[in-house]
Design a protein around this ligand. Sequence first.
Ligand SMILES: [Zn+2]
Ligand SMILES: [Zn+2]
Length: 124
Amino acid sequence: MFLIFITIILFIGFIELLSFRKQAVTPRNHRRYTLCSTHYYSKHKGKWQECKKCKDEYSIENYVYFATNYFNFEKLPNAMKITIRCVNCEFESNTMEDFAFETNEGFYCTKSKCQKKGTAPLSK
Ligand SMILES: [Zn+2]
Ligand SMILES: [Zn+2]
């Protein structure tokens, strides 16, 4: 249940991120899009940069994104390098910011053809 919730939040977050990318780092954004705040509000112990619970809670792509995105006041040092590939067009990038959303199939980039494909109902 929790994972579904997170996925929905992420999805909404992505849409907002796309339209507000240049927005300032506000406390609201910081709260919604960073590990630091998730860690804090989940009442984990220790520093978020070293927290294993946070790491376990997200896929590696999400983890790195939340730890290093634009909304962080303090980014995760030495974040692991990840490569994400669009399942539709093979576009590759090492940041989730280049992708519009994630489905069970994988990530879809921001090209309109890929977005269309990603949001289309599954059909054979
Ligand atoms: Zn944590
Ligand atoms: Zn694509």
